[in-house]
Design a protein around this ligand. Structure first.
Ligand SMILES: Cc1cc2nc3c(=O)[nH]c(=O)nc-3n(C[C@H](O)[C@H](O)[C@H](O)COP(=O)(O)OP(=O)(O)OC[C@H]3O[C@@H](n4cnc5c(N)ncnc54)[C@H](O)[C@@H]3O)c2cc1C
Length: 431
């Protein structure tokens, strides 16, 4: 069944940025919609905690509930239909969502890098393991090695530790000197310094290693041990889970499909979060990996600006600019070291969906060739995992996007072609 809905302001993504955008745009009394592919609002950080009545997320949920905002959960936008109209797939429905203003708040995902053994069961994304524990996976007493780069590793380690996991080792590939420089920068942001110190306190007793990274995961049917390079020396240790993540990559695919320009890998926006495409705004992690505060500030600016209240938006600009500097410092501190390119062996799988090895990919010269001749990036994840990995390994540019943005049912896919009304409006330029 196809349902048509029209919004004054449509927001794609119901994480912190999308919720803040909705609460701000909704104040004006306009018809605002938030569409998110998860069961509950909250995004990566809040979606499993948003039933708690006293959490910060509850304040945002209550603000949203007090406004005439329509939320479409479990609905993913996967395609453009015509001018200012998107196609989205819900559980049993297809939605044609048209808008006057669009705010993209599609967040970010973890970056994974291939190494021998990374496809063994119980080698997981750090955020992925955290999400599974939040959904009920028992972790108490399990030995966990955490490896990669970025502040998410500490947040995950602290969470797992609180739930009874034994954190055998946390390997951060960044050097101690760059982290010390980052810490001295954090002194200017007391809130963030406090968060960092509290995470460090939570992990008192856990082994932390800098200049260190995973080299190989071992195991027959499931993970048994992991070898890490720890300050230049190899060390193998038994463990039950390996949680990996190499900072985050922005979800820019929908913005690219709409024609939004990129700058340094992020969606380019002006002061009021307006992209290069008229009437399309972007907020949160697609414009820079800056954390929760940045997403909330950008969401509010985008929400007010899209609903015609630029003066209200401007009250957040100074704070937002400070957060942008924080995002730049994060990128600088956690940039990937070249040694990580040496981890892959000829038979290491790089594209997990299509089982394409590093050796096979070395025969190709570009992302396009790798897709055409080796099927790299052609599976269900549509290059979301191997795209950033091949960008790092080969300097390929995986930024050509094709719909559907995610795997959809056949009837949803067909809706694009079986839609005379949409074709008519597309041809005439009407909304
Ligand atoms: C796996 C993971 C775990 C994290 N855990 C923590 C943590 O424990 N602590 C912490 O401080 N920070 C954590 N972060 C970082 C945190 O998510 C950010 O700092 C910030 O909260 C991002 O907010 P956002 O609204 O920009 O994006 P997100 O929270 O990512 O929200 C974006 C939302 O948009 C949805 N979406 C994307 N594309 C579509 C589409 N086409 N159609 C419909 N919906 C769509 C996504 O499913 C998601 O719900 C985590 C990040 C990741 C990737």
């Amino acid at each position: 069944m196809t349902l048509r809905k029209h919004f004054d302001v449509l927001i794609v993504g119901g994480g912190p940025a999308g919720m803040a955008a909705g609460a701000s745009a909704g104040e004006s009394g306009l018809h605002v919609g938030i569409v998110d592919d998860n069961l509950r609002l909250g995004g990566q950080i809040w979606r499993s905690d948003n039933t708690d009545v006293v959490s910060p997320v509850a304040d945002w949920i209550n603000r949203l509930k007090s406004l005439p905002i329509e939320v479409l959960p479990e609905t993913g936008v996967f395609q453009l239909l015509g001018p200012q109209t998107l196609l989205a797939e819900g559980r049993n429905k297809i939605f044609e969502l048209s808008y006057k203003k669009l705010i993209l708040a599609t967040g970010a995902r973890e970056r994974f890098l291939p190494f021998p053994g990374w496809t063994i069961p119980k080698v997981m994304g750090a955020g992925g393991l955290q999400a599974m524990v939040k959904s009920g996976l028992p972790i108490a007493g399990e030995r966990v090695v955490i490896a990669g780069t970025g502040p998410l590793l500490f947040a995950v380690a602290s969470y797992l530790h609180k739930h009874g996991a034994l954190i055998s080792l946390l390997c951060e590939q960044a050097s101690l000197s760059s982290l010390v420089r980052f810490a001295s920068w954090l002194v200017r942001q007391p809130g963030k310094l406090g968060q960092a110190l509290s995470l460090r306190k939570d992990l008192a007793g856990a082994h932390l290693a800098f200049n260190s990274w995973v080299v190989e995961a071992h195991g027959e049917k499931s993970l048994e041990a992991v070898t890490v390079s720890r300050n230049g020396k190899l060390q193998t240790m038994a463990c039950d889970y390996l949680a990996c993540g190499f900072h985050l990559v922005p979800n820019v695919e929908l913005a690219l499909l709409l024609g939004c320009a990129l700058r340094n890998g992020y969606i380019e926006v002006d002061d009021l979060q307006q992209t290069s495409v008229p009437d399309v705004f972007c907020a949160g992690e697609p414009t820079g990996i800056g954390g929760l505060d940045a997403s909330l500030l950008e969401g509010q600016i985008a929400g007010y600006a899209a609903s015609g209240h630029s003066e209200k938006a401007s009250q957040f600009l100074r704070q937002r600019d400070k957060q942008r500097k924080f995002a730049a410092a994060l990128d600088h501190t956690y940039q990937l070291r070249p040694e990580l390119k040496e981890l892959v062996k000829t038979d290491t799988i790089v594209c997990r969906c299509e089982d394409v090895t590093y050796g096979r990919l070395r025969q190709e010269n570009s992302w396009r060739e790798a897709k055409l001749y080796a099927r790299c990036g052609m599976g269900p994840c549509q290059g979301r995992v191997c795209g950033p990995a091949t960008k790092f390994l080969f300097h390929w540019n995986p930024e050509s996007v094709r719909p559907p943005l995610s795997p959809v049912r056949v009837d949803s896919f067909w809706a694009k072609f079986n839609n005379p009304a949409a074709e008519l409006s597309a041809a005439s330029g009407e909304k």
